[in-house]
Design a protein around this ligand. Structure first.
Ligand code: BES
Ligand code: MN
Ligand code: MN
Length: 452
């Protein structure tokens, strides 16, 4: 579309302004920035010609809503993205500061570039381009952009669960996933769920001298090690009783399609990951391990002495940030109970161990056999000039399962990030050609859906 080509420089300037707002949802001190990012999102929707744009306040961060419903008889699409971002640390690893967007080569670097401000703006700009050039859209559109996806998405979850007529739609379009490879148009049809919590292990009433008491006192840090190794073995098998019972293996045809994806495992390991070996359950292929098997991971361990030099102390307490990714048909509530039971069973003498849930989300697996996903595949194939591939992703977007569960609509996950975009990591970036082509692909998508 010539309009979208002519307006590229402006799109990038607006994206930069969006990215300068440090809307970190996991840190309470960034609440004012969250509100600024919500306002910015709303202003973008108004500029695109959306009506009834407003911030919807609730228990958590505001939801941003906007709509255009003047295409009677045509389907209604519910566009989803998130304006919140992950914390930027470790700061010293960033080549340019995380909230001072910088273009190097064909990439724009900043926290939130690909996750998810850049992709959210793709949806807005596609709609803006159609409104600006035609004064109308080929379908009805509703935007629901949230500000706490990175911290569990509680507000949007309770909102969607209340089934408000306002967000009634025929399909959801989620722009928060990645393409499998550069230039390769990709639809994501499966996401893992998650349960994220804190494991607190307590021993003596206070820290103790490790010489005076060592040999008699319980050590919560050692207990953590014991408990964790009881939950997962060296080959990556989760040992929690019953945990994998409901796991559905992928259909043979889907597994075969994964095996045909263009993929260089050595490059993945050495360049993208930078690790000396891949790990995980040896009896499953890499894509099964990433997309169709649950995980158990430790994110951080706090407690004891970690200052400079040596201090001989037996810590009184240790806290572990722990999560498990879930796949269909595992259920978050049941997974939490299973973890709690396994923790209790593995807890050594002299300490208490308690796993408390911080947030959870169900896995989602989408049947691609519907016109909204087919139209997306056609639009992407046309704009990128290559056959669209279907993949799953190991990440989680909590709302996806709820669109299906409460609204009964399929989610179309059209993503334009890339595997090396450094999501949640230092030097997050967005490949600008994907930003531009994404806008064209979504605009084309609306036309195809509108044609029926
Ligand atoms: N956009 C990601 C999820 C994602 C990443 C999907 C790559 C597909 C490909 C999302 O913002 C995210 O990071 N989600 C969190 C959810 C959690 C905090 C509840 C995740 O997966 O850790
Ligand atoms: Mn995201
Ligand atoms: Mn994220």
């Amino acid at each position: 579309m010539s309009y979208t080509v002519e307006n590229r420089a402006r799109y990038v300037e607006e994206l930069k302004a969006y990215l300068r707002i440090p809307s970190i949802s996991t840190l309470s001190e960034n609440k004012p920035d969250i509100c600024r990012a919500a306002e910015f999102t709303a202003a973008q929707l108004r500029q695109a010609g959306m009506r009834n744009v407003e911030l919807m306040d609730g228990e958590g961060n505001p939801l941003v809503y906007g709509e255009w419903l003047d295409a009677p008889g045509k389907p209604t699409l519910l566009f989803y993205g998130h304006y919140d971002v992950q914390p930027p640390d470790p700061l010293s690893e960033w080549v340019s500061p995380p909230f001072e967007p910088e273009i190097r080569g064909e990439n724009i670097y900043a926290r939130g570039a690909a996750d998810d401000k850049g992709l959210t703006l793709i949806l807005v700009k596609a709609v803006e381009a159609l409104m600006a050039t035609r004064g109308k859209l080929p379908v009805n559109v509703k935007f629901l952009i949230e500000g706490e996806e990175e911290s569990g998405g509680e507000h949007i979850s309770s909102y969607v669960a209340s089934k408000p007529p306002r967000i009634k739609a025929d399909a959801a379009v989620i722009c928060d996933t990645e393409m499998f490879a550069p230039e390769l148009p990709t639809l994501c049809i499966g996401l893992r769920g998650i349960v994220y919590g804190e494991l607190t292990v307590k021993g003596a009433k206070q820290d103790l001298h490790s010489g005076v008491y060592g040999g008699a006192a319980p050590n919560p840090m050692m207990a953590v090690a014991e408990i964790l190794t009881a939950l997962k073995d060296r080959d990556g098998h989760i040992l929690i009783p019953g945990f994998t019972d409901k796991v559905q293996p992928p259909a043979p045809a889907e597994k075969e399609a994964w095996a045909r994806l263009p993929f260089d495992e050595q490059k993945y390991r050495e360049e993208e990951m930078g690790a000396s070996a891949l790990t995980g359950e040896p009896e499953y292929t890499l894509f099964e391990r990433l997309w169709a098997r649950p995980t158990l991971e430790v994110h951080g361990i706090r407690g004891g002495f970690i200052g400079e030099g040596a201090k001989t102390v037996i810590p009184a307490q240790a806290v572990v940030k722990l999560s498990a990714r879930l796949v269909a048909d595992q259920e978050p509530d049941e997974a939490v109970k299973q973890i709690q039971k396994a923790v209790a069973a593995a807890c050594p003498r002299g300490v208490t161990a308690e796993f408390k849930l911080l947030h959870g989300a169900a896995p989602s697996l989408i049947n691609p056999d519907n016109r909204f996903i087919k139209a997306a595949a056609d639009a992407m194939t046309e704009v990128f000039g290559k056959e669209t591939v279907y993949v799953r992703s190991g990440g989680s977007i909590p709302i996806t399962g709820l669109f299906d569960q409460h609204l009964g609509i399929p989610s179309v996950m059209m993503g334009f990030g890339l595997p090396d975009d450094n999501l949640h990591a230092p030097n997050e970036k967005l490949f600008l050609p994907n930003f531009y082509r994404g806008i064209d692909a979504v605009a084309r998508y609306l036309d195809i859906v509108g044609e029926g």
